[in-house]
Design a protein around this ligand. Structure first.
Ligand SMILES: Cc1cc2nc3c(=O)[nH]c(=O)nc-3n(C[C@H](O)[C@H](O)[C@H](O)COP(=O)(O)OP(=O)(O)OC[C@H]3O[C@@H](n4cnc5c(N)ncnc54)[C@H](O)[C@@H]3O)c2cc1C
Length: 734
């Protein structure tokens, strides 16, 4: 805490202490006021302005310092100044005092609290930013919540001071009037407790729910406004129409069919979407073959004198397509039809909030009316508009699977997960790969040493990793393709045969009626949805890559659940999407898996953390497998057994991290992981050893000293130190 803060804290503490030390509270009692009322009234008649000013200042001080007595002062205000002036004076004094308390709490404690609990508070902060005014208004109306607590707590949130002030003034008005009015009858009031009767609290509570009801009304009015220009059908053909049969669409349709809703799933291209056809499945199949080759190349490490692999890239790609074919039935029309989904192959387009027109693959057109629509249209690779890129041509994650010849020289543009996975694969097959990334390191979302671990391995495998290098142009010179890139302010030229663009994927937002319906997209060009995954039309939902913010198959499935359940049962209960524990993995070697915060993010967000690591070079199974590189890195709350996030780099990291995902999801700590039997010898033991390292660092040293003394005492030796060994009777050598 800075010097300024310490000074303010001491000053405030001194003022509050003085109040109690000098027992100033005795002046804030009903009896005292009743005794003095005649004198105060006389003074007020003689000096009305001065009385009002002194009263105002006193009221601000009491509320600003969060001292008890504001309720009594409000009654006194009513008695002295009457209903109208009393309400005006108190309304302003209370709001100003509350705002001072709010500012003091913010100045003194907010940074520290946000630093310590920032991750926990992230959802609260978002809520306050979005709907804080409503919540504050509700709290102000209900006197069941002590006002001074509200002032102090709100100071810790990101609420703007101006918002706090005016919402407080408005919200407290009703209560102020009731109290001031009661004050005008002060002669008849016997105790403060009598004022706060259950009946009165009940009426305030009713007032308290008013803003929530108001919010519902505002939401309904907003919805009415967006629906105003459309004619609602009298009846619906479907409960739900789902646009897109990728991971998200399949899950949404599956859930709808499972709960007996009538659902149509429309897919314009290939069932299973990107994951099955162009993403997870082919990439993991390719990685498998590449990994096999890498093991052949490492044969000597495993005690095999010679090993060679004779292969054709085409055969490898044929296997990739065979794998897709093998997995295909899981996402097929037949399977989903069997599950009760009406699957239509064709292109869907929303023609109103309740109707979807389908241009069927067989040429027919069909329009379905539907109660709800789930948009699960996915994302597509982004090709940056770099001069010359069209001339040289490029493959993307959509088209790379059609290659049948191994590129001799490959440039992979992009150091993210997709670019990195493919970079390593092609290098292992024998392409001369240059990976170009404009940021300072590849896999920028991970901590620097984790990125470096992957980059080091890439370089060791012969990959030319160029960071801080920005592609500026492409050209063809004498039939040779060349990339012009800028590095350190200088241009450099890299010749290549094939360019693979992996610089990100953008949501598909065109071609199915978003514009016609006026559904907005975010700055990152995903469909704008609220926490229930609803677009501005409450019956139109979006999930998966098209809605973001994550672009994974498991998050697509996760968000699809919310869409389906909220769309079908939202009138009874709606669920807010939960992004609190989102894991992912990049399947490079070393594999990198993460859940929750990493160190970089914790620093950026100002969240206090402790780091515990365990190096896989120490793990028996990793050593036996020849995979003894990598790390388990756990972030915890300082001094507490609460996991903030975990990164694992190493063999099967994506599998190992499941234990930590479960722990975070269910509030399990490192003590429990340490107390769980892990099978020996497995890679997953690394999790337990990381927990062990944490435990050792948190061993209660004071207690251990006493335990050591206890053991010494039990041995009958010197309680202050370890007992000396008794020399053998032989006098030395045994
Ligand atoms: C190379 C690569 C590797 C990946 N590896 C992984 C991984 O290992 N793990 C992981 O979790 N994620 C991975 N991903 C990401 C993952 O593939 C996506 O996050 C996931 O496929 C998103 O699913 P989705 O349902 O949102 O979209 P998609 O799978 O893209 O499905 C959307 C579907 O909607 C259809 N569609 C669009 N418009 C219409 C319309 N108007 N009418 C009818 N149909 C329409 C499209 O044809 C498409 O089939 C990878 C992606 C790539 C490219």
């Amino acid at each position: 805490m800075g010097k300024g803060r310490v000074a303010v804290l001491i000053a405030l503490a001194a003022l509050i202490a003085a109040f109690f030390v000098f027992d100033l509270g005795r002046f804030f009692s009903l009896e005292f006021f009743k005794q003095q009322q005649a004198a105060i009234d006389a003074y007020f008649r003689a000096h009305p302005l001065r009385t009002a000013a002194v009263y105002f200042a006193l009221y601000v001080a009491v509320t600003g310092l969060s001292l008890p007595g504001a309720a009594l002062m409000t009654l006194v205000g009513g008695a002295v100044f009457g209903l109208s002036w009393g309400t005006v004076i108190i309304s302003f004094a209370a709001s100003i005092g509350a705002t001072l308390a709010f500012l003091a709490s913010r100045f003194l404690f907010r940074d520290a609290i946000q630093r310590r609990f920032g991750d926990k508070l992230a959802a609260v902060n978002r809520g306050v930013e979005k709907e804080g005014a409503f919540y504050l208004f509700a709290l102000r109306l209900v006197p069941a919540f002590p006002f001074f607590v509200i002032n102090l707590v709100m100071g810790l949130t990101p609420m703007r001071t101006r918002t706090f002030y005016w919402v407080s003034q408005l919200g407290m008005l009703a209560g102020t009037i009731v109290y001031v009015n009661a004050g005008t009858q002060i002669a008849r009031i016997e105790s403060l407790a009598g004022l706060v009767s259950p009946g009165l609290i009940g009426s305030f509570a009713l007032l308290g729910v008013f803003p929530l009801i108001a919010k519902r009304i505002v939401d309904a009015l907003k919805a009415r406004k967006v629906y105003a220009r459309w004619t609602k059908p009298a009846r619906y053909d479907r409960n739900m129409v789902v646009i897109g049969a990728g991971a998200a669409g399949l899950v949404a349709a599956y859930i709808a069919a499972a709960v007996k809703a009538k659902v149509t799933l429309v897919e314009k291209h290939r069932m299973g979407g990107d994951c099955l056809n162009f993403g997870c499945v082919p990439s993991k199949a390719l990685i498998r073959s590449a990994k096999f080759l890498s093991h052949v190349q490492r044969a000597r490490e495993f005690g095999i004198r010679t090993a060679s692999a004779d292969f054709s890239f085409k055969d490898v790609m044929d296997r990739v397509h065979r794998v897709i074919k093998t997995v295909e039935p899981h996402d097929s029309v037949e399977r989903y039809t069997g599950l009760g989904v009406d699957v239509v192959q064709g292109e869907a387009k929303m023609t109103s909030p309740w109707s979807v027109e389908i241009a069927r693959a067989d040429g027919a057109r069909q329009t379905l009316t539907t109660r709800s629509i789930v948009i699960a249209a996915g994302a597509a690779p982004f090709v940056p508009p770099i001069p010359g890129i069209e001339e040289v041509g490029c493959v993307t994650s959509d088209t790379v699977w059609a290659l049948t010849e191994l590129p001799r020289r490959l440039i992979v543009l992009g150091g993210g997960p997709i670019g990195s996975e493919l970079t390593q694969c092609f290098a292992r097959f024998g392409s001369k790969v240059t990976q170009v990334e404009m940021l300072p390191r590849i896999m920028i979302r991970e901590d620097p040493e984790i990125s470096e671990m992957v980059a080091r391995r890439f370089r060791a495998e012969g990959i030319d990793v160029r960071v801080n290098t920005k592609a500026k142009a492409f050209k063809v010179v004498n039939g040779e393709k060349i990339m012009v890139a800028e590095h350190d302010g200088k241009d450099l030229e890299i010749p290549f045969d094939v360019l693979l663009c992996a610089v990100g994927r953008v949501a598909r937002t065109a071609g199915y009626g978003l514009d016609a319906l006026g559904i907005p997209v975010t700055k990152s060009r995903t469909i704008e949805v609220n926490e229930y995954m609803q677009t501005i039309y409450p019956n139109i939902y979006a999930c998966g890559d098209v809605a973001g913010p994550y672009q994974f198959t498991h998050t697509a499935a996760h968000t699809a659940w919310y869409c389906a359940v909220n769309a079908l049962f939202g009138r009874f209960r709606r669920y807010k999407v939960d992004y609190s524990v989102i894991p992912w993995a990049t399947f490079t070697e070393p594999e990198v898996a993460r859940v929750g915060l990493n160190e970089t993010e914790a620093k950026e967000k100002g969240i206090a953390y402790e780091v515990t690591t365990y190096g896989l070079d120490d793990l028996d199974r990793a050593i036996a497998d020849g995979e003894a590189t990598g790390v388990v890195k756990v972030l915890t709350v300082p001094g507490k057994d609460r996991i903030l996030g975990v990164t694992i780099a190493g063999e099967h990291a994506g599998d190992l991290i499941i234990e930590y995902i479960t722990a975070m999801k269910h509030g399990i700590g490192l003590n429990e992981i340490l107390g769980t039997i892990h099978i020996y010898p497995t890679l997953v033991e690394a999790n337990k050893y990381a927990a062990g390292n944490w435990k050792r660092a948190h061993a209660p040293q004071g207690v251990l000293k006493w335990v050591e003394r206890y053991h010494a005492w039990m041995r009958g030796g010197d309680a202050t130190g370890p007992a000396q060994p008794t020399p053998p009777a032989s006098g030395g050598k045994a």
